[in-house]
Design a protein around this ligand. Structure first.
Ligand code: MG
Length: 374
């Protein structure tokens, strides 16, 4: 079984404004058609592009089989079907070049439906009331029962749609109409509101917004650290000096909370941990304040185009009491990280006197963070 997609992009439609036909206009930094073609990559065995003869140079960069369109959309589709004839294609999807946001889900649903029916196409049930209007006034209503808004890709068993297009007298609104004219059943599969056809300038604005949403990347990281107690009179926790009858033993200032948080951030970026960036074997980091590590991790967040959505640090110890210092710790971390305090949580728990933290041999810290790139 071989599947093919015909992307119809031969129109000269300029209702979208601008000098170029809409399928060649820029959408989020590349032509609309580049998005449309990318949507079919890996979904079908081959992609055929139907273009206007004047667009040959523009289309060359896509590296696809190009077929020249005709005077009408139907003629353009028939040219592509004729070109594919005799090449063993069993299922063909016919798609508007100006629908760049078609999802893999919709494409797969149409292909799957062709196992049961000779034709299948996505559509959305009409849910708004329908009116007739003239001169800016409502002149009547129309029943919406059984009405659907048609989308593409419209899919067909290849030989059926090829024969139908060759025999059809012309003037059909779309390929479903051609198939039905030839007596083929066409199944409706669930369409997608985002699978919009770019027609007007405001459609480009909406499509860019949707694409930005798709590009959003969310990354989570976690960190864990432990430092042992040693004789002393204070500990550093989350950037705050806390009086205590012991100190924490460590290569730097042993701020176990800030270390866990820093590791969480490196983890979210998949950039190792503190030890990778600040090797304990390097004497220059001996006794270094932990904010140096945290600042570095945050600089990596910015360099990679992310922002910190939130972080949450849990300190595990019987003593010292963390509650009285919680706000100061959040404030200190906010200052170092350059984010609002409401994105930073510091909390504490005991381990019910169990284990090394329960025996007050040391303090453990866990941290989680979320990074977002929009
Ligand atoms: Mg540490």
């Amino acid at each position: 079984m071989t599947t093919a997609a015909i992307i119809v992009a031969a129109g000269r439609g300029t209702r979208a404004g601008g000098d170029l036909p809409k399928q060649w206009q820029d959408l989020s930094g590349k032509p609309v058609l580049a998005h449309t073609i990318a949507a079919f990559a890996g979904q079908v065995d081959r992609v055929i592009l139907v273009i206007h003869p004047q667009d040959r140079d523009r289309a060359a960069g896509f590296g696809l089989q190009v077929v020249e369109g005709g005077a009408t959309r139907a003629e353009s589709v028939r040219n592509a079907l004729d070109w594919l004839a005799g090449q063993g294609v069993t299922k063909v999807l016919i798609h508007d070049g100006a629908r760049p946001l078609v999802s893999a889900t919709v494409i797969a649903a149409v292909l799957r439906a062709l196992d049961e029916a000779p034709g299948a196409a996505p559509a959305l049930q009409v849910t708004d009331a329908l009116w007739r209007g003239a001169d800016g006034n409502v002149t009547g209503t129309a029943p919406r029962d059984g009405l659907w808004r048609a989308q593409t890709p419209q899919g067909f068993r290849f030989e059926a749609i090829l024969a139908a297009h060759r025999a059809h007298p012309g003037g059909a609104a779309d390929d479903v109409e051609v198939a039905r004219w030839a007596g083929h059943r066409v199944t409706i599969v669930q369409g997608d509101e985002d699978n919009m056809k770019l027609t007007y300038p405001q459609d480009f604005i909406r499509a860019e917004r949707l694409l930005r949403g798709r590009d959003m990347d969310i990354r989570l990281g976690n960190g864990y650290d432990v430092h042992a107690f040693t004789p002393g009179d204070h500990v550093w926790l989350c950037g705050v000096k806390v009086a205590h009858d012991k100190a924490l033993l460590g290569h730097s200032d042993a701020d176990v909370g800030m270390h866990a948080l820093t590791d969480a951030i490196y983890g979210a970026l998949a950039e190792g941990d503190i030890g990778v960036h600040f090797p304990p074997s390097d004497p220059q980091w001996k006794g270094a304040a932990s904010h140096i590590f945290l600042r570095h991790a945050m600089s990596r967040v910015a360099a990679r185009g992310y922002t910190l959505a939130n972080c949450d640090v849990t300190l595990v110890c019987e003593r010292p009491k963390i509650g009285p210092h919680q706000a100061a710790m959040r404030s200190a971390l906010a200052g170092i990280m350059g984010v609002d305090m409401d994105r930073i949580s510091v909390k504490a728990t005991t381990s019910e006197r169990l284990g090394f933290t329960g025996r007050e041999e040391g303090i453990a810290a866990l941290a989680t963070c979320a990074l977002v790139r929009a």
